[in-house]
Design a protein around this ligand. Sequence first.
Ligand code: F6R
Length: 606
Amino acid sequence: MCGIVGILGSKPVATDLVDALRRLEYRGYDSAGVATVENGHLERRRAEGKLRNLESRLLTEPLTGRTGIGHTRWATHGRPTERNAHPHMSAKVSVVHNGIIENFRELKAELTGKGHTFETDTDTEAVVHLVTEEMQGGRGPIDAVKAALGKLKGAFALGIIFAGEDDLMIAARQGSPLAIGHGRGEMYLGSDAIALAPFTDAITYLEEGDWAVMRRSGVEVFDRAGECVKRPLIKSVASSLLVDKGNHRHFMAKEIHEQPDVISHTLSNYIDMANGRVNFPDLGIDLTKISRVTISACGTAYYAGLVGKYWIERYARLPVEIDVASELRYREAPLPEGGLALFVSQSGETADTLATLRYARANGQRIASIVNVRTSTIARESDAVLPTLAGPEIGVASTKAFTCQLAALACLAIALGKARGTIDEALEQELVTALVEVPRLISSMLRDEEQFVELAQMLSKARDVLYLGRGSSYPLALEGALKLKEISYIHAEGYAAGELKHGPIALIDENVPVIVVAPEDDLLEKTVSNVQEVAARGGQIILISNANPDKIGCALAAHITAPKAHALTNPLIYAVPVQLLAYHTAVFMGTDVDQPRNLAKSVTVE
Ligand code: F6R
């Protein structure tokens, strides 16, 4: 993870580096730093904690260099202290790094043996000493980096500057994304185009194994074999207005409230609204002949995929295998001939998901991905891309990306069902009409936010919270629990309602709130039995349902009324109350809602 920036500027760059880092804080925010070439030598400023601490440091100890690199960190090796913060440097070289150098222990031992002294617990420092060692052996900066790259193992992105080199920066990409921005007499480097949006929209993405020699006059890109290669210059659509909370207190609140709009946009990409038909892009595979769909993703995106499994199996009668990406890949799951592998990712950069995509490709699957960032690596490595049009999601806890993923998955399930003859025209029309109603139904829930503020006070006192759901509400129970724990730090677990009696029921007493996601559908009766089992043991039941509470047959601590919706669309609707419960609990508890501890938005390490 971590965010990288670099600027070869025409004026002092420290302020612009920090500005760019602010846009990359989603990648990590436990420490930050910048380094510049100051009158021929390297200088750096670093600070533990949020970027504002680095800004204060720069006010008292400014940097004036026109060539610089910056970094915002999500710790992998070494605690998030100032000493471990990037850039790391020797007298000759300064490095910012995203990813993991897997062979850093071997390199450290070798370089220590050659007289290098390591000052930090990071893997990155091995790169600094390796390049320095090559330079001490007589190589110039470019050859030194080239030689060093050949010795590094792992997935990483690097930005490197050198003492005495005011017009040189080297970038390298192996497994972690890097974008080069072209300005007028200036050049930029960033983990993504969003970081560079205030400076330029002319972007070149480095490809796997590429490294680049940047000067103010331009860039030369080399591939893994050292051949000079041409990479296209793209006009980026990343807007410079992205980091705006509007009238909301947090990005998460803004993003929850954007859902009616962004779901609408996403649906309009897959639906012919006028005719009530799904208008699905060609996946380059005969939908009638797919033997199995294999879905893989991480975290919230995985829960979206799990809802997709329920939908595809129910509406298209097509078998679906699903697993979290970090497991699917390593258990070497056999993948069927004629299979479609589907990857779900907001960022499109999640390391585990990407690795599993490559595993699926190597095993002969057709690759489709549902991604929010169209220029991402996962998108670029897919045969077919199904974009979600959620817009940039800044809050670390995913909200609008999740519901947009659901919107795209619902359309995919319908397209598959249509092609396979399990959905006729009438059913297609019914399902499409149900989807088109979702934005309105969500808007109506968002108008009634006050009830969540009260409930949040009750939840904030809990030590443990359980979430229950059945059928396609089960992934919502998992997602609700994930949202609550990641932003409020309250321990929460989601369970399939029917599983409760097989163990988790032992946890229930009068201090445990149990949040039940139970739309009025053909499974409600079964869920009601599970709710009664909870009530009999004194659990505090918070019901989220459109059903009349009388149907539950026991006392409720609270009832959140959801609008009545079609069985297909319930997961989209019920996502909103579980998001709002988590959000208001976190706000009440005063946690850092948009940047919860230990997390990062884009998880580019395994
Ligand atoms: C939770 C959350 C994470 C992400 C996961 C996958 O709120 O945001 O669980 O869903 O890290 O990220 P993407 O979707 O970028 O692959």
